[in-house]
Design a protein around this ligand. Structure first.
Ligand code: ADP
Length: 486
């Protein structure tokens, strides 16, 4: 616990701060640099020291062997191994031992020690793995790092016969190598410390520089959020530029959504106001006149009732549309007999078709069972068939056909009606869009029917298309998957 500006700062209150820092890209880049930079620096010390040691030992061994070879020649010439005393050889051996502050031993072919510069083991028998191997002609060099000495066993070969007459064992201390190693170790340690500090500095600097664009992004987003809807540009990295572009696209989409929402609200207000204005005009004109004849009252009240119906229709269509827009919680999917569903729709619409003298025909090829929301699909198909009847000519026809394959079922509604001009075809699914506003109003249209249909079809992950020729007729095709995917 420590105090900062009068308040207690506990370890537990620092923990989340550290956790947050470790989660940051800057911390990760910093740690990565340390890992990539510091570990090799640490390994470098080990590599340098072992490399130095092995080279120093090898050089020393080579030197020793070279010098021993000179003595060995003398030994061979003087038949020293066969019991011939030679002061010269003794002197050479003693000089060599004292030169290296080491010990030299000569072993004859009976494994008996005939010369020991320490004079401890003379006449003793020595049999070891190295000795046996050396008698077979193999030199051996042993470096004992812990006790700091180097031991070599060299065969003494008779120049004339080529026989191994004995072996020479020389063991010398390697304090010089250990000292050299300690010296190098100190230098490397200093170098390591400098390098580590340098890497820490570079890691800190680079991690800050690399993550600076992200700070810029946050700043840019904070600057534009809620205040204005300017587009942002952060070209520091490809990634940040892509992020900025994605943000700009999202901004555009949100703007479009906001525009469409505002347009919808103003359309709704306008549509709802129109019948009310008419009613107000009708009522005012009745009130303005005195002694209004009953027939006129009746006529105007009839008109007012019609406007009320219209208002009602707009409100119920709007409610249907809102329901379609809602998320899947409002969806009631059940396995439904589509043939029966369409037959019911046709049965309900037949009287209306009758009044317009329009022939209503159903053609279905196979029985269809599909997972659908019955109410929503019924509304969607009713709107299509109702339009076929509404925008038809006297004595025309509406042809509904049903089909199915392994994945989808298809509903097709053809009519012999007035058709839709080509330039209007892409707009008819928009809310409140009507090709001929007054004609649609006359026949009780709200401009919401196809928007409802499209929402219902999309809710089922289906597709709807329109084909039409002005004056000839219109075809709507709907494709819906048999299995509902939430
Ligand atoms: P409405 O309530 O006006 O019928 P819809 O959304 O159902 O609204 O249709 C939008 C417009 O598309 C209609 O006003 C009409 O002009 C046109 N339309 C829709 N269906 C047909 C059709 N079968 N034949 C000709 N025009 C159609």
């Amino acid at each position: 616990m420590y105090i900062r500006s009068g308040e207690w700062v506990t370890i537990s209150s620092i923990k989340p701060i550290i956790k947050k820092y470790l989660k940051s890209l800057q911390a990760r880049i910093f740690l990565f640099f340390i890992l990539v930079g510091v570990i090799p620096v640490l390994l470098m010390r080990y590599a340098v020291l072992t490399n130095y040691e092995s080279q120093a030992v090898e050089q020393k061994a080579q030197l020793l062997e070279r010098q021993c070879q000179q003595i060995l020649e003398q030994i061979s010439e003087s038949e020293y191994m066969h019991g011939n005393d030679s002061d010269q050889v003794d002197r050479l051996i003693d000089q060599m031992a004292s030169l290296y502050s080491g010990r030299l031993i000569l072993v004859n072919s009976n494994f008996r020690i005939i010369k020991d510069t320490y004079d401890i083991d003379v006449d003793k028998v020595i049999i070891s793995e190295e000795v046996l191997l050396t008698f077979q002609g193999t030199n051996s060099t042993n470096y004992d790092e812990d006790n700091q000495f180097l031991e070599m066993t060299i065969p003494i070969v008779n120049d004339d016969s080529g026989e191994t007459e004995g072996i020479m064992i020389i063991s010398v201390p390697t304090v010089d190598i250990a000292n050299g190693k300690a010296g190098i170790s100190r230098i490397v340690l200093q170098l390591q410390s400098i390098l580590t500090l340098l890497i820490l500095g570079v890691a800190f600097y680079v991690s800050r520089i690399l993550t600076r664009p992200f700070g810029k992004i946050t700043q840019s987003l904070e600057d534009v959020a809620g205040v204005n809807d300017e587009e942002i540009s952060i070209p520091d990295y490809t990634e940040t530029q892509l992020l900025a572009e994605a943000y700009n696209r999202m901004l555009k989409r949100m703007k479009a959504q906001e525009d469409s929402r505002q347009e919808f609200v103003s359309n709704v207000s306008h549509e709802l106001k129109t019948p009310i204005t008419s009613m107000k005009v009708l009522a005012d004109s009745l009130l303005a006149q005195e002694d209004v004849p009953v027939e006129l009252y009746r006529e105007f009240m009839g008109d007012i009732a019609e406007e009320v119906d219209r208002e009602n229709k707009i409100i119920s269509d709007l409610l249907s549309l809102v329901k379609m827009d809602k998320r899947s919680s409002d969806v009631h999917i059940e396995e439904t007999n589509i043939n029966q569903l369409i037959e019911l729709v046709l049965k309900r619409l037949r009287p209306i078709a009758g009044t317009k003298n329009v022939d209503l025909v159903l053609e279905s090829f196979k029985p269809i069972l599909a997972e659908v929301d019955e109410t929503k699909l019924t509304l969607a198909i009713s709107n299509l068939i109702e339009n076929g009847i509404k925008y038809n000519r006297d004595g025309g026809w509406v042809h509904v056909s049903l089909n199915v394959d392994s994945k989808y079922f298809y509903i097709r509604v053809d009519d012999s009606g007035i058709g839709i001009p080509e330039e209007s075809q892409e707009h008819i699914f928009e809310r409140f869009y009507r090709v001929d506003k007054s004609h649609s109003r006359e026949i009780g249209g709200t401009g919401l029917g196809l928007a409802i249909t499209r929402s219902a079809v999309l809710m089922h992950h289906g597709a709807i298309k329109v084909y039409s020729r002005e004056g000839e007729g219109t075809t709507f095709t709907v494709r819906i998957p048999l299995k509902y995917v939430p």
